[in-house]
Design a protein around this ligand. Sequence first.
Ligand SMILES: NC(=O)c1ccc[n+]([C@@H]2O[C@H](COP(=O)([O-])OP(=O)(O)OC[C@H]3O[C@@H](n4cnc5c(N)ncnc54)[C@H](OP(=O)(O)O)[C@@H]3O)[C@@H](O)[C@H]2O)c1
Length: 328
Amino acid sequence: MSSTINWGIIAPGRIAHKFAHDLQLAEGARLHAVASRSMERASAFANQYGAHHAYGSYEEILDCPDLDVIYIASPHTEHFAHTLMCLERKIPVLCEKPLAINSRQARQMVETARANDTFLMDAIWTRFIPAFEEALQLLDDGIVGPLKTIRADFGFRADFPPEHRIFNLALGGGALLDVGIYPIFLATLLWGKPDNVKASAAFGPTGADLSSAMIFEYTGNRLAILDASIAVNTSIEAFLYGETGTMHIHSRFHHPAKVAVSYYEKPTEYFGHNFTGNGYYHEILEVCECLRNGQKESKKLPLSFSLQLMEVLDWVRKEAGIVYPGID
Ligand SMILES: NC(=O)c1ccc[n+]([C@@H]2O[C@H](COP(=O)([O-])OP(=O)(O)OC[C@H]3O[C@@H](n4cnc5c(N)ncnc54)[C@H](OP(=O)(O)O)[C@@H]3O)[C@@H](O)[C@H]2O)c1
């Protein structure tokens, strides 16, 4: 592998543009190839970001010379097939969140990565945002004492037509997999799989969950209170209540720049760093570093964690009655 990591992108939609922007900022990485279902879209994207190769089908990019890794930015339901297609050709993959539509698919993706000795990572970029990493370190140092309650939300008013993927059940549409995954990621990262899950959802005309509310119960009288919406804007914050204080990860908590810690008898302290670009820069660096080191998964975001996260999402779906007909 050369010192510059050559990236390919499958599915150049909205998020792929933001990602490609950050790729331009990442030292030792460049956009090498892009594949769309339309040659016209692939060429336009390649021209915009200076990629050497453009393909009018996803299959063709698999034969691209000098490709080191592919970023998959298709809708949720397509992640499984697109990831398997790359891994079976031993091409490393960074796959957008959610890794899959359910844990059964995610398990098969992880098994395929391992069987082919090929790198795979879930694109939960939050894990690599500097202020979020600092928050994790401060919690680990016991800055607010043992945590007792987590509250986190992610809601935005999705101003899209009803046929958009976000409302389309056939593409895994709804609040849970689009944005609910972030508060669930936070609780699962900090406390693991809950002992019990309570969840309910409000559904829109397409059958997609417009809002979801969850309570995760953990041993030691700990609770995570989480919610997600694609119908309304919410504050997108996280509050981590410990025995000696509270950590507040400021909005938008999934890519924060500011973290506050307040205590019962001391003034509030502030921490944080700006993230680079749109924030995807940091996960790009992590993938590049893993590839240079010959790692097959990220130590900071291991595949065992991604599987656990998908299992928790499955559990919430079961409790809230969220179904993607014909998919599972
Ligand atoms: N990490 C983040 O912050 C973040 C933010 C937003 C979204 N995401 C994730 O990224 C993924 C894509 O989201 P997006 O907002 O970028 O979606 P989008 O704008 O709709 O783009 C998705 C692209 O996938 C391709 N595609 C392949 N099969 C498709 C199908 N059956 N229907 C529609 N499009 C299809 C299309 O590109 P071509 O036809 O040109 O190939 C389309 O432009 C989702 O899984 C989402 O969860 C992550």
